[in-house]
Design a protein around this ligand. Structure first.
Ligand SMILES: NC(=O)c1ccc[n+]([C@@H]2O[C@H](COP(=O)([O-])OP(=O)(O)OC[C@H]3O[C@@H](n4cnc5c(N)ncnc54)[C@H](OP(=O)(O)O)[C@@H]3O)[C@@H](O)[C@H]2O)c1
Length: 282
């Protein structure tokens, strides 16, 4: 078992590889195909995509052509944030399956609690109704687990109060100096795993000199330190890379950050101060 294939047990007892390969902003076509193929060849067994990334077809082709058995790859996709009419959910889910060329997903997420252009607006009733559709998909076996993304503690609490299945994960922006403690502690208290998106702050923390200084203690890069930090916090990092060198480098996470350095990283301000954040988080 490698650092990539070691698993975490979700709250419904299914196992999720503790590092996922992110695919946001990887252009559809050959670039996405090659990136995912390289990731699978390098040993990643968990791929994170979304309907709105527009690259599900290429991701699916790479999964098929990799030769890795389907049941050894954990595949996540997401219902677009704009879909708040429960009647549309099943069609989007079926389209995602068709795009990927798969007959089930391992994890299906609501991409955000609000349409992006209305970030911060409450959609409690709609999220409840949409979640009930995800529950049906889950109960049918077409998704082995269901979860959410960009939900704050209020949005999670709303689902817990009004629906039956507890989300398996909440995928949120999470990196050194931006670990969203309110959401993270609410999720931990309810058995919801935090998946860390933008664990490198979409590249924004790679030149941070304070992070680099701590990385030097272990002779690793800032990106490797940032990913290891997320793992040691108990969250699941989703690094994205298109360059083969980056894809490979991000698999070298077999080192341990000391308690002292973890405390120093915990105390750091936002490691990528220019990065934008959801208005309901932080
Ligand atoms: N649910 C959501 O709303 C949401 C939002 C954002 C992201 N996500 C998920 O989280 C994933 C990751 O987040 P992200 O896409 O924001 O990016 P990220 O993983 O934080 O950073 C990616 C950037 O870092 C560079 N990079 C990666 N490894 C590197 C290395 N070893 N050395 C130097 N540079 C390196 C990449 O370059 P190259 O590409 O050139 O290799 C790219 O520019 C997404 O792909 C997506 O799956 C979800």
């Amino acid at each position: 078992m490698t650092v990539l294939t070691k698993t975490i047990k979700l709250n419904n007892d299914i196992l999720i590889p503790q590092v996922g390969f992110g695919t946001w902003q990887i252009p559809d076509g050959d670039v996405a195909y090659q990136a995912v193929l390289t990731a699978l060849k390098t040993g990643y067994r968990h791929i994170d995509t979304a309907y709105v990334y527009g690259n599900e077809k290429s991701v699916g082709r790479a999964i098929k052509d990799s030769g890795v058995p389907r049941n050894e790859i954990f595949v996540t996709s997401k219902l677009p944030a704009e879909v708040k009419d429960a009647r549309e959910v099943r069609d989007y889910f079926d389209q995602t399956l068709a795009n990927l060329g798969l007959d089930y997903l391992d994890l299906y997420l609501i991409h955000a609690p609000w349409p992006w252009r209305e970030a911060g607006t409450r959609y409690d009733k709609e999220n409840t109704a949409v979640w009930q559709q995800l529950e049906e998909i889950y109960e049918s076996g077409a998704a082995r687990a269901i979860g959410v993304s960009n939900f704050d503690a209020h949005d999670l609490e709303n689902l817990l109060a009004t629906t039956t299945v507890v989300p398996a994960v909440d995928q949120i922006q999470y990196y050194i100096g931006f670990t969203e403690p309110k959401i993270s502690s609410f999720a931990a208290a309810h058995g919801i795993l935090i998946e860390a998106y933008s664990p490198l702050a979409t590249g924004g923390l790679l030149d941070n000199q304070d992070v680099a200084a701590i990385a030097a203690h272990y002779d690793v890069s800032t990106s490797q330190l940032a990913l290891r930090y997320v793992l040691q916090k108990g969250a699941l990092p989703l690094p994205k890379a298109t360059s083969e060198a980056h894809i490979v480098a991000n698999t070298k996470l077999d080192f341990t950050i000391s308690d002292g350095d973890m405390a120093a990283l915990d105390a750091m301000p936002d490691a990528a101060p220019g990065k934008s954040h959801n208005s309901t988080q932080g």
